[in-house]
Design a protein around this ligand. Structure first.
Ligand code: PMP
Length: 427
């Protein structure tokens, strides 16, 4: 086995050379050295079952051999040109995207990260409408670049108080509020949207939203919400951008989460699972809207042969292994198991929500600081028991379950048993 310097040395290196804002989970974090499908291994060869998938990235499993083989072959054959030269992989990928995306979204622009995809989508909306303003949901998260951070409602993520004004952004409440029914919260959000559109719809280019909010605690809007949003926006010639960066490619039990709502967005942004760990991202739109990007534009790495072949291999794997259906089926089993735990430990788990294999369990809902501390304790102990779980939420009190879609029923059963034992040790 290779020699590794160990977590203490890595923590030291990070402390000295990373930006201080770079955080990590766990009081005693392991050094992860290897991944095999739904499993991760540390420097002492301890195995962990991964229930977070690097925040929804490795949907097809870590180092999936079918995908790695094709990526390797491409690396040895042709690594890079640029979209200005003709190559097969990105043309095939663009065609394939048109087949998997909903409705008339037939044109795809390839980039390298989620932030870059959203940045492109926001720019495209301004170009197409000739308007500058944006609407976004409170608590949403859309990226780390200047404009994507300015449409990000999640306070802990925003660095500069000027962002909102610079980006010309108006936030409206999200269709969720603790203590309110989903329908009431949706109506409050729609009323705010109506008001903004009536007051300044003539200045708004687009609304951007995650179909299911990820980092904000896995929030699933009521069934009719996005259809009403889309109809209202259309009345004012405002485009709808669905940020599918965390939810896309089977994560929620549909290929794209917006399909749960039967709505076709004007622009869809994608990243994370599309590359299964290799950087590749995209924003897709209709013929008409794509035509508004009316200057020559290329991306150095966007759609490079290696990323494009990987993404094609990912789409093949999702299809041939029926991962969308699997996400729905296993997500149902995991959600049921968590609900049963919530029924037995109501003082700890106050709410379980999600779709497919994107599920959140909120701890101590009425008491966020206590919930956040409990989440940290649970995460630490679950790691020591061999399970990697995520956390998110406005108050950081939500356990996040977003495993590789190749997870098995046995993995889920083992995790639920460990979680029950862990909860019992704290309450
Ligand atoms: N949108 C959503 C919904 C995300 O979850 C993220 C990443 N957490 C981003 C955008 C930004 O993606 P990236 O980190 O690849 O820039």
């Amino acid at each position: 086995m290779a020699q590794y310097s160990g977590p203490d040395h890595i923590l030291q290196q990070r402390q000295q050379h990373f930006y201080p804002c770079t955080s990590h989970f766990y009081q005693t974090p392991p050094q992860i050295v290897k991944g095999e499908m739904q499993y991760l291994y540390d420097h002492e060869n301890r195995r962990y079952t991964d229930f977070f998938a690097g925040v929804s990235v490795v949907a097809c499993g870590h180092c999936n051999p079918d995908i790695v083989r094709r990526t390797e072959e491409q690396l040895r054959t042709l690594q890079h040109t640029c979209t200005i030269y003709l190559t097969q992989p990105n043309a095939d990928l663009a065609q394939r995207m048109a087949e998997v995306l909903p409705g008339t979204l037939k044109r795809t622009f390839f980039v390298n990260s989620g932030s870059e995809a959203n940045e492109g989508a926001l720019l495209l909306a301004r170009l197409h409408t000739g308007k500058r303003g944006f609407i976004a949901l409170e608590q949403g998260l859309h990226g780390r670049t200047y404009l994507t951070m300015s449409v990000t409602g999640l306070r802990m993520w925003r660095t500069d108080p000027q962002l909102e004004a610079d980006g010309d952004v108006t936030f409206i409440p999200r269709p969720y509020e603790r203590g309110m029914s989903g329908e009431e919260a949706a109506q409050r959000s729609l009323a705010a949207l109506r008001k903004v559109l009536e007051e300044k719809g003539g200045e708004i280019a687009a609304m951007i939203a995650e179909p299911i909010q990820g980092n904000a605690g896995i929030i699933v809007p009521p069934a009719g919400y996005f259809a009403e949003v889309k109809a209202l926006l259309a009345q004012h010639d405002v485009l709808f951008i669905a940020d599918e960066i965390q939810t896309g490619f089977g994560r929620t039990g549909e290929m794209f989460a917006i399909e749960h709502y039967g709505v076709q967005p004007d622009i869809v942004t994608m990243a994370k699972a599309l590359g299964n760990g290799v950087p590749v991202a995209a924003f897709a739109t209709t013929d008409e809207i794509a035509a508004s990007f009316n200057r020559p534009s290329a991306s150095t790495f966007g759609g490079n042969p290696v990323s494009a072949v990987t993404a094609l291999a990912v789409l093949d794997y999702i299809e041939s292994h029926r991962l969308v259906q699997r996400s729905k089926q296993l997500g149902g089993i995991l959600q049921e198991g968590l609900r049963s735990l919530a029924a037995r430990y109501p003082q700890a788990i106050t709410e379980v929500r999600g779709a497919g294999l994107m599920i959140g369990a909120e701890l101590c809902g009425e008491d966020p600081p206590h919930g956040a501390a409990l989440v940290d304790d649970v995460l630490e102990q679950m790691k020591d028991r061999g399970f990697i779980i995520g956390k998110n939420g406005v108050d950081r009190n939500v356990l996040a379950f977003q495993p590789p879609l190749v997870i098995t029923e046995e993995d889920i059963a083992g995790m639920l048993t460990a979680l029950e034992e862990t909860l019992r040790s704290f309450i």
